[in-house]
Ligand binder design. Sequence first.
Ligand SMILES: *Cc1c(COP(=O)(O)O)cnc(C)c1O
Length: 360
Amino acid sequence: MTRVFNFSAGPAALPESVLQTAAAEMLDWHGSGMSVMEMSHRGKEFISIAAEAEALLRELLAVPANYKVLFMQGGAIAENAIVPMNLLRGKASADYIDTGEWSKKSIKEAQRYCKVNVAASGKAGQYTSIPPRGGWALDPDAAYVHICSNETIGGVQYQATPDVGHVPLVADMSSDILSRPVDVSKYGLIYAGAQKNMGPSGLTIVIVREDLLGQALPATPTAFDYKTVADNESMYNTPPTYSIYIAGLVFNWIKSRGGLEAMAAHNRTKAAVLYDYLDATTFYSCPVARDCRSLMNVPFRLKDEALDEAFLKGAQARRMVQLKGHRSVGGMRASIYNAMPIEGVRALVAYMKEFEAQHA
Ligand SMILES: *Cc1c(COP(=O)(O)O)cnc(C)c1O
């Protein structure tokens, strides 16, 4: 068996040791005589799996006691609707920061539920940087301020949590959660699909401050009312049990690697291997402003896009896959989430140099 270096933006690579544990436990989890997939979500075995996953996530992110951790379904795209349904709390509008494709999606969906004030936008600069906080036109009466902490397609990432005063800050962290420490207390709500940095698709993590619960719009589906989900320990409906189990194994893997400080240091070192090379060559280029570059998703272009196909073919032949950029922006994109080893990034850069030498 030879595994590839998988640069997919999501669903994305998982740590090999996690997959090995899951394989070893597939038919019989801890002497239960069952696969986790076959367990009742209300049985003591699965309840212990879910409780441990939640405890590990709380520990890694140092989640304060007045926040609920919810295991939901529907992905970040469903949360784009579930957030306004739950958090408008009688207010007429919400502030959104437009930093690229994923914020645009969030904005469009929220407009179905409330007035959206786009308080700042990176559009004029083709979304190659995050609009500086000083220029944001925030409304003090907004229900919340929404950001996308890492734009998975455009490759821009907030380098720090913006201060938005007393209005609750809401973040779509789908593609950078658990890649670095986060001060959860600065947020009203964080949501993230699991399939970038946490586990299989099907699971959505929501971390929400308790005082924001209990004021959902009357038409909110019961299964999407955060208060119902919280009151039922994420088991109002059947949760995505196997995805929760794998996420728990990933949380354990992150803890064994030293937690989020260590993860962040590793991610910085890893990304620098690629960005340093991109900055040193004119054969390839990265469109993103240096002070906004994502440590998770690195978009880059070849000087001559006629070579794109040959580049991707050569990468595939060297067992490096999923490097094609998102269809909306073209070019290349290397997603280098937590589970991508530095060897994968080094192999990519070695191949990029070889390709440059052949075609320059
Ligand atoms: C992948 C991604 C999404 C989409 O998530 P789904 O699970 O498909 O709903 C939304 N936002 C960001 C930032 C993403 O990276």
